[in-house]
Design a protein around this ligand. Structure first.
Ligand code: P6P
Length: 339
């Protein structure tokens, strides 16, 4: 990236369109709608404390989680802009039980899965939160979209990304040709290329997991966490513990610095807490494009065959060698290997 040059997200996508024919007009238009959603949500997040949109909405979502006012606002923004784009057939959202069908989207090409505002527990305490999206292409332009189109494996995503509303607002995405990060310049309201071609270190020394659930984790995960705390200067152990309680914030830091995030099975969440379609698949696409790995402990996240809109999966994601180490120790557990 030339010093002092400015490449906006729109310019970057237009350039990608020239290089990669699959980034056709309608996909780049859909990105425009996602980008505008992000700017509107960013505006609301930044002033939430001043216009009484912090706190609980007063209902629970399909996950049985207390909805925050900003959860509902963000969800409505995404759906309204997808409706207006005309490039989206339907939206699967963490906040809705069923599919949202875009009224004028019957002939559109793309399906969107979203977590409109991840990390809700952090909204009222001003910690980083974010929006996560995953885009699939409908299987056939001639047949009405059905569950087969929705339940495509993560490997078939055409694009995925997130917007992190942190100390800066960043838009990070991939269409399968690497990962690029754009920082919102508030003065011109443009996302500008700031992190070209992100690659995540194959090793890291940051461990992100909620150790409050330690006693409920599989033995191999418990062994790995103990291993991370051993004194071994050669590979920079003990690792640092960093867990914000917001997947996007923990993932983004580990993506740039190296590290591992885990949400293993627990007694309360035997299939893990995070959702496959709109949290794990998009993050898995991003991390693999950046050179990292994403597994459920037994298999690659993007090989999992979805069967339900809101199905959960355990998630082990981050630096490739760290993910490999966890899987090896879990396998050791399966094979009764050394602790
Ligand atoms: P716990 C937020 O609700 C979320 O889905 C992720 O963003 C976050 O990493 C995780 O749940 C936190 O869950 O059980 O550790 O509070």
């Amino acid at each position: 990236m030339k010093k002092n040059s400015i490449t906006t997200l729109n310019q970057f996508i237009a350039d990608q369109q020239n290089k990669f024919p699959y980034v056709q007009g309608s996909l780049s238009r859909l990105f425009g709608a996602i980008q505008l959603s992000a700017k509107m949500i960013n505006r609301d997040v930044r002033k939430a404390g001043l216009i009484d949109i912090l706190g609980n909405f007063g209902e629970t979502n399909v996950q049985g989680e207390e909805q925050k006012k900003l959860d509902v606002i963000s969800n409505d923004v995404f759906k309204k802009l997808m409706d207006m784009s005309g490039d989206c057939v339907c939206v699967v959202s963490e906040e809705d039980q069923d599919i949202h069908w875009c009224p004028d989207g019957a002939n559109a090409k793309y399906i969107l899965a979203i977590d409109p505002l991840d990390g809700s527990s952090n909204i009222d305490v001003n910690a980083s939160i974010g929006s996560i999206f995953s885009i699939f292409k409908r299987l056939s332009p001639d047949k009405p979209v059905n569950e087969e189109d929705i339940f495509q494996k993560g490997d078939r995503q055409v694009a995925a990304g997130y917007v992190i509303y942190g100390s800066a607002t960043m838009f990070v995405y991939t269409t399968g040709s690497g990962v690029n990060g754009f920082t919102l310049d508030d003065s011109i309201q443009e996302f500008c290329l700031s992190h070209p071609d992100i690659k995540t270190p194959e090793n890291g020394n940051i461990l992100s997991v909620n150790e409050g659930n330690l006693n409920e984790f599989p033995q191999g995960v418990i062994d790995y966490i103990s291993w991370c705390k051993e004194d071994n200067k050669a590979d920079k152990r003990p690792y640092s513990a960093r867990y914000i309680g917001s997947l996007i914030a923990d993932f983004h830091r580990n993506l740039l610095k190296g590290g591992i995030y885990m949400y293993p099975p627990t007694a309360k969440a035997p299939n893990g807490k995070l959702r496959l379609l709109y949290e794990c698949n998009p993050m898995a696409f991003l991390v693999e494009q950046a050179g990292g790995k994403a597994s459920n402990g037994q298999m690659r996240i993007m090989d999992i065959q979805p069967t339900e809109f809101h199905q959960r999966t355990p998630l082990i994601i981050g630096s490739s060698n760290m993910v490999d180490q966890v899987i090896k120790m879990m396998a050791g557990e399966a094979g009764g290997g050394n602790r």
